[in-house]
Design a protein. Sequence first.
Length: 319
Amino acid sequence: MAGRICLVESLILGSLVHSMMVYRWPGSLLKELDSAIRNFLWTGDVSQRGNVMVAWSRCCAPKSKGGLGMKSLVTMKKAYLLRFTWDFLTKDSEFFSFIRGRYLENFLLPRVRYISSSIWGGLKEHISALTADSKWLIGDRSSVRFWLDNWLGFLIADKLDIPVEVRKFDTQPENHYYINGVWNFSPDFIIKCLDIVRLIVTTPIAPNSSDSRVWSKSLHGQVTSQLAYLHLRPSFPSVAWGEVDLGFLYPSSSLDLWRAIHNRLPTMDSIRRRGGPSISVLCFKNAETVDHIFSECSFTRTIWQRLSALYRFHLDSGW
């Protein structure tokens, strides 16, 4: 099984990365591939389901949280497209400038008309989420809408409850209100929105650089594939044994120990639930469970006692 994990990580997942970085794969196909990888991991056969398995979501958890550190294709697809969409919105290379001109209108808003494209579907899926989770840093003020973009930590339009039907007519960039280094507001706006005005005039401005977008989920403000995956994957609580170094064990032995901790060894009691016998093959007396194999069986106790005498370690009195 340890060899199959290496094969999945290095070959199967690696061969799909480049395509996932651009195209939106169908969710049903990815779930089917995840199922095939899971079957291969446990049985060596993509079409044969294992008998006693740890849940796939748990296998995809980090090792420090009790998993195997595997990667879910469904989450990988979302993470790579999130990174691609971020590059699409923020990078100034010829490629991204060209496709922004094709798919977006002023202020990086998606075009309303239908666009036939093999990559637009994946981009469109994540633009709203990235916009909600990002903030503008003000430079030359040419790319940021005063009312409808997040440059204060919130949308001014939301704070003032501006109706949706009115918002679509806002096409004023910030430099419409910032002239010759001075903010220009009407007296009525200052009186009614004094707290917002105070925040505006204290917001840093870098007039010699372009406006830039930062992602709130990252310390450095940028989206990477790894950070996107960590953000999107399910969260798991840490486990006390997750940081234990098992490098001194053979990979197959460490995996057996991992399965034992999760109570997912193919013991007779697990097989019995699927219609098989349940008697222990070590003592032929009691039901075979994980606890019985490692501590309760008379055969196992004899081995532990001999190891205790040989290596001089203490066993509890119950042994």
